[in-house]
Design a protein around this ligand. Structure first.
Ligand SMILES: [Zn+2]
Length: 45
């Protein structure tokens, strides 16, 4: 499940919400980006 973030207001949106309408319900912006929530942990040994 992909999550998107509104570029304009920072509202979090699920991909299923955007399937209906690719518009931010908060501000009406159509610019989104995928926030990288995955932390990359590097363990030495
Ligand atoms: Zn927005």
């Amino acid at each position: 499940m992909a999550e998107y973030k509104c570029f304009h207001c920072g509202n979090n949106l699920k991909s299923k919400d955007l399937k209906k309408r690719f518009v931010c319900p908060e501000c009406g912006s159509r610019i989104f980006y995928k926030p990288r929530n995955k932390m990359k942990t590097v363990n030495s040994d």
